[in-house]
Design a protein. Structure first.
Length: 94
């Protein structure tokens, strides 16, 4: 439940999504990629995700830790389900 609480906070999943393939070189770059996250909210999410051991700041910028990469890989199953669900919902529309 603690993980779901963390991931359910505004912008948390978006941060993970933006870092899934490559680090963000700076706070501003990550903020731009997140398209609309306020500085204060993004800063809070980064602090929480860092404290949880999911992301870290390195010389390359913000990036997923090994645990973060494992988490993102685990979320791919949910993403696949969501794609199927969206397809069914689209087919149900008149």
């Amino acid at each position: 439940m603690v993980l779901l609480d963390l991931l359910g906070r505004r912008w948390a999943l978006r941060v993970l999504w933006e870092l899934r393939d490559r680090p963000a070189p700076s706070f501003r770059a990550l903020q731009a990629a997140c398209g609309g996250a306020s500085s204060s909210v993004l800063s809070s999410r980064l602090a929480e995700l860092t404290a949880a051991g999911i992301i870290e700041r390195s010389e390359q910028g913000y990036r997923l830790t090994e645990e973060g990469r494992f988490l993102v890989a685990s979320l791919q199953t949910m993403n696949a389900w969501a794609d199927r669900w969206a397809e069914r919902a689209d087919q149900a529309l008149p």
